[in-house]
Design a protein. Structure first.
Length: 318
C-alpha cells in the first residue's frame, strides 16, 4: 500500500508536468526546446583496470543481488536562505554525498566489491576546476570549469579526495554557484517554477549513479564496449538515483512536494530539439519510476531492476 501511494504521486505529478510514465509508440511528437545537461563529458572515459581492485569479487546475479540498504540516519534538509546560501549549499551537497556514500557503500560492502565512494569536487563560488575529462582544442590542457557552469558531472579520470580525504580516481564535480541558483528558480540556466532540496538531490544522485556503474565496471574489469550503451548510460544513472530516492522515501524525506520537484526537472534535463544521449523526458520519467517503485510499480525499486533494464550485459560477465 505504501508504494502504491508513491506511485500515485509519481503518476499524477509526472503527467502533470507534461511527461508520461510509459513512452507512447508515437515518437514524432514535437516538444518545445529546453536546456539539458548534454554537454557533460563522458562519465566513463577509457581507463585501465584498477590495480587495487578485488579480482575475487563475487558476481551478482538477478536472483541474488541484495537490496539497497536504507540508512538509519535521517536525510537532512538544506535550510538554504538568501542569507546563508554561501555556506548552506556546500554543506547540503556534502551531506548528500555523505548519505550516498553510506547507502551505496552498504550495498557494495555486502557484495564484497570494495568502497564505491568517489572523489569529490565542489567548485566553490568564484573558483574553477580543471577536469581531465574536457581538454582544450589547441594544447589539450584541461579546461577550467567555473563555479557557475550549467552542468554537473562525473569524470572517471579525475583523481580527487573522497569523503574520507583519500585520493580517488573517478570524481563527482559539482559547481556550487549553479546549485545555489536552483533555490532561486534557475535550474541549469532554465527558469523553473517549482524547485527545492530534491531538485538538487536528484541531480547529485544521478551523478553518483554514474559512479556506481564505474565502480561496478572497475570491480570486474568490464571494457567500455560492454558498459551501458547510448542513452542507457544516462537512464541507468537516473534509475540508480531513484533507488537512492526510494531510501529517502522510506525515511519520510520524499513526498509529493519532492516528487513534483523532480517532475518539473524532467523537461529541463530531457533531450529536446534533436539532442540525444540522455533520453527524452518520458524515458527519464520511466527510469526514475522503475528505480523508485520497481518494474511493476508496486514496491521499492532496487539496483537489480535498473541493471536488468538498462545494463543487462553486466549479468553476462564471466
Amino acid at each position: 500500500m505504501r508504494w502504491a501511494v508513491a506511485l500515485a504521486a509519481v503518476v499524477t505529478l509526472t503527467v502533470g508536468s507534461g511527461c508520461a510514465l510509459i513512452p507512447s509508440e508515437d515518437s514524432g511528437e514535437s516538444r518545445p526546446s529546453s536546456a539539458s545537461t548534454s554537454s557533460a563529458p563522458s562519465p566513463t572515459p577509457s581507463r585501465s583496470p584498477d590495480p587495487t581492485g578485488d579480482a575475487d569479487a563475487a558476481q551478482c546475479r538477478p536472483d541474488d543481488c541484495p537490496k539497497l540498504p536504507t540508512p538509519t540516519a535521517e536525510l537532512m534538509t538544506s535550510g538554504v536562505t538568501p542569507a546563508n546560501v554561501d555556506t548552506a549549499v556546500p554543506d547540503y551537497l556534502t551531506t548528500l554525498l555523505d548519505d550516498l556514500d553510506q547507502t551505496w557503500g552498504g550495498w557494495f560492502d555486502e557484495l564484497g566489491w570494495g568502497d564505491p565512494a568517489p572523489g569529490r569536487v565542489l567548485i566553490e563560488s568564484g573558483t574553477s576546476f580543471a577536469t581531465e575529462c574536457i581538454a582544450g582544442e589547441e594544447d589539450s590542457n584541461p579546461v577550467p570549469i567555473p563555479s557557475d557552469e550549467a552542468n554537473a558531472f562525473f569524470c572517471g579520470v579525475d583523481t580527487e579526495p573522497n569523503g574520507e580525504g583519500t585520493p580517488t580516481e573517478g570524481s563527482i564535480v559539482l559547481p556550487v554557484d549553479t546549485f545555489a541558483a536552483i533555490w532561486d528558480g534557475n535550474v541549469f540556466g532554465v527558469p523553473s517554477p517549482i524547485v527545492g532540496d530534491f531538485t538538487a538531490a536528484i541531480v547529485v544522485a544521478h551523478e553518483y549513479g554514474h559512479n556506481v556503474v564505474f565502480r561496478m565496471a572497475e570491480a570486474f574489469d568490464i571494457p567500455d564496449s560492454r558498459l551501458p550503451a547510448g542513452k542507457n548510460s544516462e537512464l541507468i544513472a537516473d534509475c540508480l538515483a531513484a533507488n537512492w530516492g526510494a531510501t529517502a522515501y522510506q525515511r519520510d524525506a520524499l513526498g509529493a512536494r519532492e516528487i513534483l520537484q523532480v517532475a518539473t526537472l524532467l523537461p529541463i534535463i530531457g533531450d529536446t530539439g534533436g539532442a540525444s544521449g540522455h533520453g527524452s523526458a518520458r524515458e527519464r520519467a520511466v527510469a526514475l519510476t522503475v528505480g523508485l517503485t520497481g518494474p511493476q510499480f508496486n514496491r521499492q525499486g532496487q539496483p537489480v531492476d535498473c541493471i536488468e533494464r538498462y545494463w543487462p550485459e553486466f549479468f553476462e560477465v564471466e
